[in-house]
Design a protein around this ligand. Sequence first.
Ligand code: ADP
Length: 784
Amino acid sequence: METVLNDVPWSAEPYSIKRHGVQITNCDSEPVQTPGCIQAHGVLVAFRLADLAIQQVSENVGRLLGIEADDLLGKPLTALVGDAGARRLQTFLTSEPTDRNPLYYQTQALGTANAPFHLIVHLNEGVGLLELEPSAPDDAGPDFYGLVKKSIVRLQGVTSVQEFCQVACDEVRQLTGLDRVMAYYFHEDGSGEVIAEARREDLHPWLGLHYPAHDIPQPAREIFKRIWIRPLPDASGDVAEMVPLANPDTGRGLDMTYCGLRGASVMYTEYLRNMGVGASLTLSMRYSGRLWGLIAGHHVTATPFPWQVRAACELLAQTVSLQLAYVEERQHERYRARMQAAHLTALASVAPNGDLSKLTQASPTLLDGIQSCGAAVYQHDKWSTVGDVPGPSELAELAAWLRPLLSATVGESQPLYATDRLSAVHPAAAGYADVASGLLAIPLSRTARHLILWFRPAVAQTVSWAGNPSDAPTVLGPHGPRLTPRASFALWQESVTARSLPWTTAEREAALYLRTLVMDLVVSRAEELGALNSELASSNEELDAFAYVASHDLKEPLRGIHRHAALLKKEIQAGRALDAQALERLEAVTRLAVRMDGLLDALLHFSRVGRLELQPQMEDLNEVLAESIEMLGPQPAEAHCSIRVPRPLPNVLGDRVRIREIFTNLIGNAIKYNDKAERWVEIGYIDPQDTTSLLLASDTPAVRNQTIYYVRDNGIGIAVKHRAQVFGIFKRLHPRDAFGGGTGAGLTIARRLVERHGGLLWLTSALGEGSTFFFTLAASEEAG
Ligand code: ADP
């Protein structure tokens, strides 16, 4: 059903404060826009814009102007302001932005009144509203423009919301001379709080007082979203009803939203009178369509608010609102930044071992981030806490209740739980409402087993009424004994028992962000552990395989030693003299022991290659090659093997000693495994760009933009099926002593050395014709 604010439900005629005011039982339905009455210190005339015909006039017109309403109704405005006045008004209306914006346009003598009147006019949906206010000799007052300008400069200089409101109160007080000016802030739940105050010395402070939401009823709040100031120069003043009450064109009460003279609600005037307030002037503070708060000025006695003061205050209210958005945003920004900095720093202490209890121990703790009185973290089956928190069993019980709620949020856009009235949703929490009326919780795992919780105390405990004890309610208003600040505060306190300050959007976001960071940390640690595990696993596998092969090969000479030694023992026991055969056996034992020694050396060397720190430098490969050939000693000459280097080798970044070893191994093999009469070994390289080199076979591994070095021979070659095997530890393709013997570790080590440089070692070969071993010395670049 449509709510018609314009008319009270039980009355066919439009609403009038005078007639219906006392019957109001629900102030949230009071039609404050159409009160039917004005404040009786002025006169309101409603006229039709089309023909300037007077449609309604306040009943006090006779008393103030000496012209009766009946002599004006239905007449053109000229009947009131004269021909010239009407012409000027018409021009003014067409040239000035008067739509829903009352503007002063002239001061003029009217009727039989002694003092001239200020004429203020505006339009509202085709209806003209002309407000007439008697002038006073000292109306002009001080230089309001200068004052406002100064105020604006002061307002621009502050950065905190609190300070900003204080300056605003100071400035409004200076501009108006009011006894008390307060800044009310509206909390998210609609309740109000006095956050700044400028007052006469002898008045007791109301700073810090809270009021329940209904102290400023919804219709009044709505109006404050549209007007900048609300003057009430005499809270005990009379009201004058509009005649007729209904506008003849619309059949409804006159919309006075923008009228300075608009009659005040009975509730409001009663409230003011109970507070000992004679006059009030209220400025609205708003932005983004939201009523942020009010600046409320009170004066102990009635006091006029001339249009100049009102215009100055209006300008100030607009400036305050504009500036407020900026100041509040900055303050939020700073709070956000502070929360984030605290969380990031706190997490840094967690990072090394993922121990979240650090968030409650090392400074900064969780309490330095989101405003709270205590925080708790549950990880590894235990709680760690900081500040005021419920007891251990209470925490356990709370977590048990919370987990299903939290785990339901995992995967949602906001995986968190927040309440500012915990005991209302979880009665078991009533016992510790003093520390945990507010709860903000984030799950750290899908089942919400691991948690972070923040707590806030009941708000009523954080504020107290420090006012004069004699501020007792004096009047039993329609809502009971509530119409004084003290009673109101008590009522508010009652309404917020076991409630905390609400968790703001920024705070929720900070909690969510912390959660992301923690999860990242946990996940990356898990990944790290996973990687470590798989690394370990693969190196274990390698080790297994390696140990198998190594032990197998190492056992071979050991078995020989054992066999020969056992036979020798037997022969000696049989009383045989040490003959030539026995000597042979002893020689075999020695030889096998030497071989075993060689294998163990190779094994040790191989294991060191895996661990050694490379010392890469730019090296001239020609020098390195020369050194390695030198290390081969007489071997090439004895084998009648020529060593060819078709073109000088380039410089290379690598570990000189290790590259030398690679060459020694490969060249040594090339000389060894050769049965040709004319043996040769060729050492060379293929340029990175040269992809068509005939040396490269189709199964060349994917090395891009790499110099490929090679050692080529015209030896016995290696069968395709053996190409992988030759790199296995202790793997030889020949009888132990054929081709000069060897341990079978050389290629394994060479490959490992190449790999330590980031490179690859591979071979091509044609059996009986020769082999080519290729290698690179750096990681292959990605295709570009
Ligand atoms: P070792 O030379 O001590 O036996 P390596 O690991 O250097 O051990 O070589 C392993 C095996 O690979 C050798 O026993 C040999 O059978 C084969 N091999 C190595 N280099 C060549 C080569 N240039 N031509 C033919 N066979 C080779």
